[in-house]
Design a protein around this ligand. Structure first.
Ligand code: C2O
Ligand code: CU
Length: 490
């Protein structure tokens, strides 16, 4: 086996994996320029417009880099899409028009809806087609999202810009007096990475090697802008963080190492704010955090290097301290904050008793990149779950509606972010240890390096014709077959 540090790997293989290297061109701090104001996606408050929403999936152009435009896709936007706020208990009518020249789907990631409206690969929307569907919102407050999920074309469509956020509101933000003024003290932060050609265009053309580990860009993009800044009030600000990258894991921290509080994960609020000074996020994960800007000092949010790229992760420990990549800057203004006090209690999540689980299953996620494969070469073998690549015609598991099961997830070769549609889970253990406090709430994605035990609650139906997916959320892995399907029936 060849031992390389991640840096050597990035340099040595950069010719073949331009989309796979982690470049370190900027040091965190003041020498970096932040001259674009953070774009805030348009908010659609569904209840205010009769719970009827139109989304047009269409090609567009967007300037990620000032003065240079790239061909993109967007949901009624030049890139990304609106942030849609929905209320628990409402039924929302969605009309989707596919103005692309290829099949797409719109998957409601984290929204607990039945399999036939989940937007997976079994509900393709053809070019020119208009699809109408109704989504009954019935889950606790959470930050969820939407993205395409077409058979074998998810990674490219997301990379081209198709990502949107949904805020599920059940009144608890008001009740808890949390920041909730959209665009002021409640900010959507969609984190992605892209590589740009010299003319500013997006080149999505991953080599087999980049596909093998997932495609990583060399530039961090936040809400569609490179190194933006946001003016914020001098008080508590809520950031709704979404890792919308195809493959990159973020390791977020502030330049002054200030502590901040995690208040919610994928499925909703934690029982109390959890103080941290660093936060790892794998693709598909969401966290809501509260950051205190009362000291009035400008501060940079940065990420560490992605330590999880394959077996190289274990070799980069020393490098990890010395490399920081700036993501965006926060500049407190004189605007008086609406919230200054951190709540001590949030919402106790619905109980989850592992003893009530009716079954135990084990799924082995394998990207075919285990020891012995040629790192700079072809990108290794088959992407499988329990030895099988995804097949639209095969049902891999049948579960009973209203039950819980323990799913043991095992990653082979590298860390895989594991995601389940139509269900949420509690993390019981990670590599035999109980999870850190911020991973104690309901989730739908978890990064598994080694193994994890999950207590999964199945509360939405899915038929054979419209099964739910479960898969690795590295989109190149999903497209290459690291995905399986389950049915959920009474
Ligand atoms: Cu966010 Cu099956 O996906
Ligand atoms: Cu994977």
């Amino acid at each position: 086996m060849i031992l390389l540090t991640r840096r050597q790997f990035a340099l040595g293989c950069s010719a073949t994996i331009a989309a796979g290297c982690v470049c370190n061109r900027y040091a965190i701090g003041d020498s970096v320029r932040f001259d674009t104001s953070l774009p805030i996606p348009r908010l659609i408050d569904a209840a205010r417009i009769g719970n009827a929403i139109n989304l047009r999936v269409a090609p567009s152009r967007h300037a990620f880099v000032k003065g240079k435009t790239a061909s993109t896709y967007g949901y009624s936007a030049s890139v990304l899409g609106p942030v849609i706020r929905v209320r628990r208990g409402d039924e929302v009518q969605i009309t989707i028009e596919n103005a692309l020249d290829r099949i797409t789907t719109v998957h409601w990631h984290g929204l607990l809806v039945p399999g036939d409206v989940d937007g997976g690969p079994h509900q393709p929307i053809k070019p020119g087609e208009v699809r109408r569907l109704a989504l009954k919102i019935n889950q606790p407050a959470a930050t969820v999202w939407f993205h395409p999920h077409p058979h074998h074309d998810t990674a490219r469509q997301v990379y081209m810009g198709l990502t949107g956020m949904i805020i599920v509101d059940d009144g608890s933000s008001a009740h808890l007096a949390l920041p909730q003024t959209y665009g002021m003290d409640d900010l959507p932060i969609i984190l992605q990475d892209r590589s740009f050609e010299p003319d500013g265009s997006l080149g999505y053309n991953p080599s087999p090697m980049a596909t093998g580990y997932g495609s990583r860009g060399d530039t961090i993009v936040t809400n569609g802008a490179v190194r933006p800044f946001a003016k914020v009030p001098r008080g508590l600000v809520r950031l709704r963080l979404l890792n919308g990258a195809n493959a990159r894991n973020f390791d977020l921290r502030f330049s002054d190492e200030r502590a901040f509080h995690v208040i919610a994960s994928d499925g909703g609020f934690l029982s109390e704010p959890v103080g941290v000074s660093q936060l790892k996020m794998s693709p598909g994960e969401r966290y809501e955090i509260l950051v205190n800007f009362a000291d009035g000092k400008a501060v940079t949010l940065g990420t560490g290097p992605d330590a999880e790229i394959g077996l190289f992760g274990a070799l980069t420990e020393q490098a990890a301290d010395s490399e920081h990549i700036p993501v965006m800057r926060f500049e407190p203004t004189a605007v008086p904050p609406s919230v200054k006090i951190l709540p001590t209690r949030l919402v106790v999540p619905a109980a989850a008793d592992p003893r009530a689980a009716v079954a135990r299953r084990r799924f082995v996620l394998d990207s075919g990149m285990a020891a012995g494969s040629d790192y700079c070469g072809s990108g290794g073998g088959k992407m499988t779950i329990n030895g099988k690549s995804h097949d639209l015609a095969r049902i891999d598991a049948t579960v009973r509606l209203g039950t819980t099961e323990i799913w043991e997830i095992v990653s082979v070769g590298m860390a895989h972010p594991f995601h389940i549609h139509g269900a949420s889970f509690r993390v019981l253990s990670i590599n035999g240890q109980s999870p850190p406090a911020y991973l104690m709430g309901w989730k739908d994605v978890v990064l598994v390096e080694g193994n994890a035990e999950l207590l999964v609650a199945f509360n939405r139906p899915a038929t054979r014709e419209h099964p739910f997916m479960f898969h690795c959320h590295i989109l190149e892995h999903e497209d290459a077959g690291l995905m399986a399907q389950y049915v959920c029936e009474r």
